[in-house]
Design a protein. Structure first.
Length: 186
């Protein structure tokens, strides 16, 4: 195993050695993040206002998303009111489970981190309100992170929370008629 790892390390060094040296030690290396520390963050209103890439949107919500400071590709916060309500119901139904509580807390923490260091609500900056990411964004590795991308991880936590909520609902009300209940094993 050690011989194989040594051969792999030599091969990787031969293939990637020079490009890695150029990137980290070369004359045009990047110092720090190329992005402003608090630019790419989610707007609080973005959780409920769909962009033009969503099937159901209004002209106003599309214009709001198009004016987002991170531009449309970074408009990642949207969940919508129905999904936010479904997540709240899932938390209420599955709160007795430790996993559901952990996933709910993770979801909220990731969404708060996605708001960046200071609050942006309705397209208006509120620099007087420092959020938790404000104290983390100056740390060496965290300073290179783009806060609005925490929404992608939060979407995974939301999916897990919905699954836990459905599982708890089926376990709590087994006699209820659920669509697809015949697929559930007793």
């Amino acid at each position: 195993m050690l011989a194989g790892a040594g051969v792999a390390a030599l091969a990787a060094g031969a293939i990637a050695g020079y490009p890695l040296w150029e990137q980290f030690l070369g004359p045009v290396r990047q110092h720090g993040s190329p992005f402003l520390p608090d630019h790419y963050k989610n707007d609080l209103a973005g959780f409920a206002r769909p962009s033009s890439s969503m099937l159901l949107h209004t002209r106003g919500s599309a214009a709001f998303a198009a004016a987002f400071q991170g531009r449309l590709p970074e408009y990642l916060a949207y969940l919508g009111w129905p999904m936010l309500i479904a997540l709240a119901v899932a938390v209420a139904v599955a709160w007795r489970q430790l996993a559901a509580r952990a996933v709910a807390i993770t979801f909220v923490a990731l969404e708060v981190a996605s708001l960046g260091g200071t609050l942006l609500a309705g397209g208006h900056a509120h620099p007087w309100l420092a959020l938790p990411w404000y104290w983390v964004q100056s740390l060496p590795v965290a300073g290179s992170a783009i806060p609005d991308r925490f929404s992608i991880l939060a979407d995974g936590a939301a999916a897990a929370l919905l699954a836990l909520g459905m599982d708890a609902a089926v376990a709590r009300w087994p006699q209820a008629r659920w669509p697809g209940a015949r697929w559930l094993a007793p």
